[in-house]
Structures are given as structure tokens and as C-alpha cells.
Design a protein around this ligand. Sequence first.
Ligand code: CP
Length: 309
Amino acid sequence: MTNLKGKNLISITDYTKEDYLTVLDLAEKFEKNPNQPILNDKVVGSLFFEPSTRTRLSFETAANRLGARVIGFSNPSATSLQKGESLHDTIKMVSSYTDIIVMRHHKDGASRYASEVSPVPLINAGDGANQHPTQCMLDLYSIRKTQGTLDNLKIAMVGDLKYGRTVHSLVQAMSNFNAEFHFVSPESLAMPENVKNFATNSGLKYYEYDKLEDVVPFADIIYMTRIQKERFPDQLEYEKVKNAYIMTAATLKGCKDNMKVLHPLPRVNEIAMDVDKTPYAYYFQQAQNGMYVRQALIASILGYADKVK
Ligand code: CP
């Protein structure tokens, strides 16, 4: 068990394999016993400069279940940013009111910058197309829970691999577990070279495809992603690829019995609703797991891991 007290979580590579396993083990305890008010003298700052449903609400629920209070915003247009206040000054202020900050921002690197300004620990809840490390932690939790292990798995990632921050973080994390990666995307949304190099430098193999059907027979996990309209500089490019992959129940014919479909959500049309009824769909449980993982992160970073039952 590692000690995460005071440690920012900005990129998944800020934490080690042992750190991931510490968080996952603690999250298992929260899944069994979610209401543990061990942080009733703490205040969590929840700063969402970009829209969110799952990440914000699961973080805030996690804080509530830990007995902490939450301040913050989900609509930055109702704050003094509208008057021209900088991110620097916003973080300076909020860190003087709180014990830990959770922040989502539309700019790559904004969370790293904020963590350098903040005297209290900061958790990145997604920065632009860069990183989403707490999503990655809950993805690891969901993979281990459904497969019984994180080791030696065949992980397929499908859709927007270029702008998809969740898949960037997941490749980096799974590189600790001897994964084999299968990347399915239109050419224009291929996995970035730096992420592929990360896998190669970790001694791992990756393969690239343009058809979802090619990975169905052997994948242990199929990680679907949304084609993210909001990240495209040119909307005509979005129109060309927006329906590139639509998984239906029929698509999954011939998959492994224990294969699970993950998706960070929200979905648009890339997973048809008939997949929800199959034993392969795991995306709603995956989102629920996020609450336990975020409880584990908040408790660990605030130095209360040893109080968790
Ligand atoms: N998975 C995820 O980040 O969802 P939200 O954008 O709703 O937080």
C-alpha cells in the first residue's frame, strides 16, 4: 500500500502501478461500505469549467458520502471569470477556502498549471484532449472487476482516439500490465504518435484497424468512445466521421464470453440501445464504479486511507 497523502493527480503517469493498486483496493472497500463520514472537517472545491454529468456528480457524491462539504461551480459563466479573473487568481482564492480541489477545464495543461498555483492538492477531472486520470482509475477498476485481473489482456479502443483523453490515459496505465492494444479508428482520428510510442517504449504491441468487426473475436475489453464534435477545429471533418462506428448487439456475435464493452459516456449513437441488454454491456456499472474510486482518491490524497473500513 502506497501513501498518496498530498499528492496531486494531474496525469495518470503521476502515479505508479502500486499507487493504482492502492486506490483500487481502497475503492473495493467503498463499494462494500460507501457511507463512511471520515472527512467531516473537510471542504472539497469542485470547479467545472467544462460540462460534465458523471465526473462532477460522482465526485460530489463521493465527497458527500465521506462527510465532506462541497463548494464550487458547474457553470463558469456565473463566476468572476466573466469579469476577466484569471485561472491563477481563481485557484488562489478557491484553494484558500478548501482542502482539495477537483477541476475540469477545456484547455490541455490547465490542471497542471492550476496544481502549481494551488497550495492544496488538485485532482484533474479532465483537461481538454489531454488527460482524464480519474476516469482511467475507474476504467482500471472496472477492467479488474470484470476480468479478475489487469494482466495480459487484449484491449480494443474504438472511435475518437485522437482527441479522446480517456484512451490516452488508459494506454499509459495499462502499459504497466502487459496489455496488447488494438486501436480502431478512422485514419483522421488515429491514436497520437506519442501515445503509441509510450506503448512501444513499454515493450508492448499495438495494432491498428479501421473496422470494429476485426477486433470483436478476440478482445477482452472493447472500449468505445464518442466522436467528440466539440474538439474538431473543422466541423466538416466531424461530419465525415461522426457515424464511423455504431455497435449493435449483432456486431458482438462471436465475441469472447467474458468480453465487456466499456465507454466513458456520454454516448451519442456509437452504442445502440440493444447492446444495453446484452451481458457484454458494462458502461453504466463502470460509471457507478467511478463514485467508489473517487471516494478512494479523495480519502487517500487527504491522508485518511487508514481510516477506511
Ligand atoms: N466520463 C465522463 O467524463 O463523463 P462526463 O463528461 O459526464 O463527466
